[in-house]
Design a protein around this ligand. Sequence first.
Ligand SMILES: NC(=O)c1ccc[n+]([C@@H]2O[C@H](COP(=O)([O-])OP(=O)(O)OC[C@H]3O[C@@H](n4cnc5c(N)ncnc54)[C@H](OP(=O)(O)O)[C@@H]3O)[C@@H](O)[C@H]2O)c1
Length: 334
Amino acid sequence: MHLLVLGGTVFLSRTVAETARDAGHQVTCAARGVSGNPPDGVEFVQVDRDQPDGLAALDAAEFDAVVDVEVQSPTRVRRALDAVGAKAGHWTYVSSGSVYGDEETTGQDAASAPVVAPPPKGSDETDRELHGPFKAACEAAVREAVGVKAFVCRAGLIVGPRDASDRFGYWPARLAAGGEVLVPGAPDDLVQYVDVRDLAQWIVHCAQNWVVGTFDAVAAPQPWGTVIDAMATAVGGPEVALTWVPGPWLGEQGVAPWAGPDSLPLWLPLPAYAGFMSRDVSASLEAGLTTRSTAEIATSALEWEQVLGLDRDRRSGITREREADLLAAWHAAV
Ligand SMILES: NC(=O)c1ccc[n+]([C@@H]2O[C@H](COP(=O)([O-])OP(=O)(O)OC[C@H]3O[C@@H](n4cnc5c(N)ncnc54)[C@H](OP(=O)(O)O)[C@@H]3O)[C@@H](O)[C@H]2O)c1
């Protein structure tokens, strides 16, 4: 198979290119080449999807399948579809769980869950507040142009090597340091994510085996307590002891959920976001998504954290000082 990866220089798209190359496929990566380098052993074509004719360098090429990871610009998505949609036999678009309109109901699946409406005409395509609506618009553009050959996979939290978001990696990094670890929420809360290598493998599998339709791209939900215990066993440092602290109390202390400064990743307020990490992914697993163990994911994520530097200022997570203050306040309160 000759696979065109629109991107291929950074995180997921680069892992897709590597995975396809390692499986013996011919791979072309097309990007501006400003965010990183494509992997060795693939062809690189310079394109700029911000220019109306920015994909002209692909005019003469033929591809069996295309993978597009465009974040939220329907204009860029349409430019790619106009340039190579007609000649591709299969089209993957990586969407996101942020297209869903009901964040609270647990156990929803991709086939029946409600999706938000596209943004009002003329909205700013870079507006992150409109990420879900713009993702929905990108999906719609793909279906309109190449619907019968489209594989739309809605990713949840993507974790693993080359993740620059500092979210999931907070936990293996923190556990590896040992001692008393503040854990938000309760052991029965569900968490859900996908390792970037599992998602890449599934995308290549779907292109090769002509899997089409719309699917969630996350592993099955797991109890948070099971996940953190497995991580602690795999990568935990000396004398790890978990202290569970309820989410509402953490909220009162100003700790942010999910991501960003002074946040605790993988924690979401419940029940408001109970639907976000409890998706029924039976259809995705039937369609070939395989997922590696928590221990393997945690070990790789820790290795990546070590590359980034364990003592760096994080984009997500809390500092050790903040954690110590919170633990002291919690112990004093109960
Ligand atoms: N990370 C998560 O947890 C998460 C969760 C849910 C959904 N998703 C979705 O997953 C997808 C993967 O994201 P990612 O961050 O992993 O992608 P990525 O691998 O970083 O790929 C993005 C690619 O786009 C290229 N690019 C950017 N601007 C371009 C332009 N104007 N013209 C041509 N190429 C351009 C970049 O290369 P150059 O800059 O060099 O051009 C880069 O190779 C996204 O659709 C995201 O919404 C991610």
